[in-house]
Design a protein around this ligand. Structure first.
Ligand SMILES: [Zn+2]
Length: 232
């Protein structure tokens, strides 16, 4: 129940960011699909290249698993596993290799103690808590006219925006690590590097969209419910 009713801030803030998020989503799918058709000249699969980059960074303990779904690829820091999706795992395309190298980038971030990913890991529990409780708190506080509860709900919601904000450098850094390795270690050549870059840049757009969506929701909540103190 993210919204109580449709107001003018909904049209000004929520609809544009929603449209941007939809566009970003379609951009990442179309770019991935396009470069999924381009086979890299080395002919190794994304999983093989994933293993190679992990090993060259001394991450022998990080395993690689196959996961079902589309673009469900991720690094799981609790079990130290890179999970590669159906369209990535066995594929030799520049798109799949880009995605696999990006996930290894996250494994390296954890290994070297990259600060933004540590902040993100630290705030995940509070974010999960906040995502469940912030809206009910704002609604209850609003209905019963108890502003401190509303404010607390808004603060909890702002933690989710903070989470999206810290996610952005984490994602951009994982992609830049990936592209540096793919080029520097001669895994991809010439045009293949810029094709992988296009895929990862499109993926980064979805994180920008997530941040904008969250910031717009937060701003709307503040404008609608946060200013009641001033009126009282
Ligand atoms: Zn990522």
């Amino acid at each position: 129940m993210p919204y109580f009713y449709i107001d003018r801030y909904y049209w000004i803030l929520i609809i544009p960011t929603m449209l941007f998020a939809l566009w970003a989503q379609s951009k990442v799918s179309s770019t991935f699909n396009k470069y999924s058709q381009v086979r890299s000249s080395r002919g190794l699969s994304a999983a093989q290249i994933c293993r190679q980059i992990l090993d060259s960074n001394g991450l022998y303990h990080v395993r690689i698993e196959h996961i079902s779904g589309n673009l469900t690829d991720h690094f799981d820091p609790t079990s130290n596993v890179v999970r590669l999706s159906d369209s990535v795992y066995n594929s030799c395309s520049v798109a799949s290799i880009g995605v696999a190298a990006h996930e290894v980038g996250h494994a390296i971030q954890y290994a070297v103690g990259y600060v933004p990913i540590r902040i993100r890991a630290a705030i995940i529990p509070v974010t999960n808590f906040g995502s469940k409780l912030s809206m009910p708190m704002i609604l209850l506080g609003f209905v019963f006219g108890w502003q401190p509860l509303v404010n607390l709900g808004i603060i909890l919601f702002s933690l989710m925006t903070l989470f999206q904000l810290v996610t952005l450098p984490v994602e951009l850094n994982a992609s830049s690590r990936a592209l540096r390795t793919l080029e520097g270690d001669n895994i991809l050549y010439g045009e293949e590097v810029s094709q992988a870059r296009k895929v990862l840049s499109a993926a980064a757009l979805t994180y920008v969209a997530a941040l904008l969506t969250s910031a717009a929701q937060l701003l709307r909540l503040i404008l609608l419910y946060g200013r009641r103190n001033n009126r009282d």
